[in-house]
Write a protein that binds this ligand. Sequence first.
Ligand SMILES: C[S@@+](CC[C@H](N)C(=O)[O-])C[C@H]1O[C@@H](n2cnc3c(N)ncnc32)[C@H](O)[C@@H]1O
Length: 284
Amino acid sequence: MLSYLHGYHAGNHADLIKHAVWLAVLDRLHQKAKPFTLIDTHAGAGCYPLTGEQAQKTQEYKSGVALLQGWQPVHPVLQRYLQVLKGFSERHQYPGSPLISVSQLRDADHLHLMELHPGEHERLRTAIKQNRGNGHTHVHHRDGFEGAISLCPPKPNRGAILIDPPYEQRKEYDAVITAVKQLLKRWPQAQIVLWYPLLSQRAGDKAGQSEAMCETLAALQHSVLQAELRVDDPANDAGMYGSGVCLINPAWQIDAVIDDMLNELTAQLGAAAQSSVTWLNKTD
Ligand SMILES: C[S@@+](CC[C@H](N)C(=O)[O-])C[C@H]1O[C@@H](n2cnc3c(N)ncnc32)[C@H](O)[C@@H]1O
């Protein structure tokens, strides 16, 4: 079942934490001249019109990227994020993770994008053609976990994996755990950024699944850093009251970078927004 379309959610608070943390990871990869490989297991359509029917139906971007308009952040990663957003905002678009990654590639870097939905995959191909950057971008029409596992360890074997499934079905949480274990077996030093939703009791049997998934990942023999952004009280909300990312094998001292960055971001999102950064496991 592939019914999820990210166009309904593009530029919402979940995209903000996910894309800002992803840029913080890329920022650290840039600190060495050695090339890197990026793998995006659930790439989506790449670029989303905020004036389009999907975004207008939910208007989720209004409590997300729309609040960043005209903002001049102090944090260097947030400055970079705003710089990436600028060209797209001018066209009333929001760039998905593929175009954010493309914007950061250098000539010898590689980016692999996996998208299974036929329509979204076609839109992704078009978005990549229209927004060519440096480096080598490969678009795959295949299952993101199967594709990523088969590419690992990639060449160059320095880099990061973004895992951003739609979590439409409860079994996707277990699929993430299985895939992460296999990815780490093949590419033990991969930096993995895994996004997950924070769901209230109104989400039924999916409530508590993210927390259980993070706990299982924390028991693996790897460092795991958790960063979360909450925008609502779980008692009030309609389902998703925030979201988070687990960083597996995070770069040295990136916890302080992400903490500072999220503090500045939450201040811009309004009084209800709160962030936290926590070590779930620290192996060194
Ligand atoms: C949350 S969206 C991705 C958003 C994107 N990562 C971003 O940040 O801009 C999830 C995407 O995963 C795709 N998808 C669902 N199951 C998949 C699978 N098994 N393999 C690859 N893509 C899948 C969906 O079609 C959807 O486009």
